[in-house]
Ligand binder design. Structure first.
Ligand code: GSH
Length: 246
């Protein structure tokens, strides 16, 4: 099966959660917009947003084409890919648990976006900067600790040990936690002060995922777009602040 990933060019964005799973799973995939010449890929992306396949019309990228199937929504795409790429356990309970965690990562992603665009996505950051400063402070000092405490607790409570978010082996959730943490470190270096001390199991997981041979090779490759200020995790120094307890 050759998968076709559709996502905006020039940024990691939500597409990166899917890319990491495709890379770790050694999937045969095309990153359609990036891999096509000229605007051909963007035109195809726009066509799918307009017409979909039969009744299936995605609202927004990322979406994935697998033969006749068109799967949209990041968590849904990962739920689809998980079993096919060996990135989720076989049992039903574990699959729903993985999806719950993935949807919680999606909540973090939305809030990270809203830290720099608290009023409206269609307005420039510069046109909502005062509000962004208030929102980012709350995100760093209240929300990041709340989410990270939760994910750390999930690791500690894993009956198989604190090595993976779900079960006793790597899943797509571990990859997404890695990506979320990398994004938070990029966007809020001050805000993440004390991270490894406060969340030792999350810090360990982030390192172990980064060291996986396929992930390490991907991160070194030109396929990995660097974090930048077009993406979800943006580093605006004026939005970064120390955590409340430091
Ligand atoms: N809940 C969706 C959100 C998708 C989404 O917001 N995609 C962004 C790019 S990362 C987009 O293009 N949004 C267009 C829009 O919201 O109008 C997911 O997790 O995939």
């Amino acid at each position: 099966m050759r998968y076709e990933l559709f996502y905006w060019p020039g940024l990691q964005g939500r597409g990166e959660f899917v890319r990491l799973a495709l890379e770790e799973g050694a999937a045969d995939y095309v990153d359609v917009v990036r891999d096509s010449e000229g605007d051909g890929g963007l035109d195809r992306l726009a066509d799918f947003l307009e017409s979909g396949i039969d009744a299936y019309i995605p609202f927004a990228p990322p979406f994935l084409r697998a033969g006749d199937l068109l799967v949209s929504q990041t968590a849904n795409i990962l739920q689809f890919l998980g079993p096919r790429l060996g990135l989720v356990p076989a049992d039903e309970a574990a699959r729903y648990w993985a999806n719950s965690l993935q949807l919680t990562v999606a909540d973090v992603v939305t809030e990270a976006h809203d830290a720099h665009h608290p009023i409206a996505s269609e307005l420039y950051y510069e046109d909502q900067q005062p509000e962004a400063m208030r929102r980012a402070r709350s995100f760093v000092q209240e929300r990041i600790p709340r989410f990270l405490n939760y994910f750390e607790r999930v690791l500690v409570r894993n009956p198989h040990g604190p090595h993976h978010m779900v079960g006793d082996a790597l899943t797509y959730v571990d990859l997404s936690i890695f990506q979320m943490l990398s994004g938070l470190h990029y966007a809020f270096p001050k805000g993440m002060t004390g991270f490894a001390r406060r969340y030792p199991h999350l810090a360990d997981l982030q390192t172990r995922v980064a060291d996986r041979p396929r992930i390490a090779a991907y991160i070194e490759s030109p396929r990995r777009i660097p974090f930048n200020e077009s993406g979800i995790f943006r580093h605006y120094p004026e939005l970064d602040c120390m955590p409340a307890e430091e």
